[in-house]
Design a binder for this molecule. Structure first.
Ligand code: DVN
Length: 151
């Protein structure tokens, strides 16, 4: 799996990592859960809540749990994996972690079926941020009758 992971970004420009660079990694770690939990702007709440819930948020899956909160990149002409000096989250759209989370979120939402729960923060101005991963990638993929949505 480490080899599939490195293939996505090693010896490549860290601002030109396409989402599909992680296809083989995602295929190597298939999901197995039955109930899915999506969230947006509620990362800390969800982390505390899911200790006592049987549904699975992305950060409880194999790849999500291993890579959550980490940064990584490569560079042209090097076979190394770097964890320092990598592009910041907002520095460029197609950096290694951001493309990874988009690819994994796509697979996670495609896999969702039956019971789906979403946790948003009703206390902020934009609980459903149209720019968020939940809005731009996941919500489009959780459709009836594949899923029954609970708010
Ligand atoms: O459903 C969840 C989950 O399945 C995931 O795949 O997508 C949904 C959460 O993403 P989201 O809808 O974009 O929600 P947020 O809260 O806007 O962003 C989620 C996370 O992306 C943040 O918690 C940040 O992760 P971090 O740094 O706390 O480990 C990260 N993120 C978003 N905008 C960022 C950023 N990190 C750094 N700078 C930013 N501008």
């Amino acid at each position: 799996m480490w080899h599939e992971f490195e293939k996505a970004y090693v010896n490549r420009d860290p601002c030109k990592i396409p989402i599909n660079a992680y296809d083989s990694l995602v295929a190597a770690a298939p999901f197995e859960h039955s109930k899915t939990l999506f969230w947006s702007k509620t990362k800390n709440l969800v982390r505390d809540l899911t200790k006592n819930r049987d549904d699975v948020n992305l950060e409880k899956t194999l790849l999500g749990s291993v890579l959550d909160g980490l940064t990584w990149c490569g560079k042209m002409g090097s076979r190394e994996t770097f964890t320092k000096g990598c592009p910041e989250w907002k520095e460029c759209e197609n950096n290694p972690p951001r493309s990874f989370w988009k690819r994994l979120s796509t697979a996670f939402a495609d896999f969702a079926r039956e019971d789906v729960t979403v946790i948003l923060d009703g206390s902020i101005d934009t609980p459903f941020d149209p720019e968020s991963t939940f809005a731009t990638i996941e919500v489009k993929r959780i459709k009836y009758p594949k899923v029954k949505l609970q708010y």
